[in-house]
Design a protein around this ligand. Sequence first.
Ligand code: KIV
Ligand code: ZN
Length: 532
Amino acid sequence: MSPAEQRPDDRVIIFDTTLRDGEQSPGISLNVGEKLEIAHQLARLGVDVIEAGFPIASPGDFEAVRSIAAEVEGPVIAGLARAQAPDIDRAHEAVRVSARPRIHTFISTSDIHIEHQLRSTREDVKGQARAAVAHARSLVDDVEFSPMDATRADVEFTAEVVQIALDEGATTINIPDTVGYAMPAEFAAFLERLYELAPGLRDIVLSVHCHDDLGLAVANSFAGLQAGARQVECAINGLGERAGNASLEEIVMLLRTRAADVGLWTGAQTREISRTSRLVSRLTGYAVQPNKAVVGRNAFAHESGIHQDGVLKERSTFEIMDATTVGLDANQLVLGKHSGRHALKSALQELGFDVDGQALNAAFKRFKEIADKKKHVTAMDLEALVTDELRDQLRAYTLEWFDVEASTRRPPHARVGVRSPEGELMEGDFTGDGPVDAIFRAINAATRREGRLREFRIDAVTGGQDALGEASVVLELSGQSAGGQGVSTDIIEAAALAYVRALSNAERRVLAAAADEAPAEEAEATELTATP
Ligand code: KIV
Ligand code: ZN
């Protein structure tokens, strides 16, 4: 669709919830630096709204939303809040530093939630919705309201609550299919009925938020857009609670590929899709299935001879999208072992990383190590290296050296040297079930920490025999779980780097949790002593 054909009324607002609903996926636990990295990339991707988190949920969530609001320019920055004043105040505190702050408040309208979860009544829900939207509106101009579990609720009652939110000044009304229960035609009919019952919906933005429990999240979202919604809530790689949310890349490419028939368009820079997907996968530890639409490794691969022959003759014989439109041509050779610091800096700049000073020195040192072992360093290699190396290294353990003996005749044995955050070189060794197990336990022994491995994954960054291995570890330490990544041509080294980083991240969380609890304990002590 050419810009001249793009009618303003047909523009679909892309509301990305990777950092909020996506982050609620089991096992994902991103730190503030990682969330910022993803938020900056989402801004490059051109999303309209970033739902950065749920600020009341924890001090870490608050800090992440606030940092994103302070640093990320372009998109609206939204914070989620239950329909309660303390939640809304906390969300406001977090997003207010953004040039474009939004508060997103929600309460359920289904009887099943009202009775069993809220243990409340429809009347109370109406009152809470009214007070919440009014309060949020007194703080910011941009307020979104969601009647949670709407698709299992009575449409007449949901319309009443929606009308209350409209009366109090909500600027976006979002209809969630919270449990992924709806079917496309039914969802469209639900929205059409809401338009009839609350005609004021035509004057604001109607939004849809669909979960994928029955694999219908994208289909339902699309049906919602065809029924008149102009905001779609979605997440990179379809992350989200349980089976996930509608996948951003699928929605965007659906609207783009079928623009001539559908007439809807978005402001997304589609060439950033692949990179965003890889970054999110890398930082969350959630692999993208190879046959996943748009971003799967095989989404543009042709195995059958007939298909290959067809594509060689004319791409459109078996491809409905051009891989370059989603940024899949990024793997051309960029640097070799003779490339200098300046070449690295400009290659990184092209990838969207502005690296200088100490960070550039660190990246250059790492690049040289890799380029010595690997003939061609591609853009995808650089991307993996940079995201691996340039993260916040405050209070971190570092892997200094390791030896691993692996054999089919003796149990594998590992020895490691790890430098503590205070600078002490600590050594440890362990005989494990396998070389990776041995090195992880040797790191525990050296650091005298009881890290418990929860997830471990190893992937090749690119194809080929000398491909970089990228390891991803999630571990638990004293009740806190955290992830880390490592990249190397040697997969044992990549695994050890990932483990050491995960351990550092977990330890920071343990320390932060202890610091958060300290004032509460003091307050409790004061209260107790004050009681007669
Ligand atoms: O699924 C859901 O209902 C939600 C709301 C908070 C919008 O995530
Ligand atoms: Zn949701």
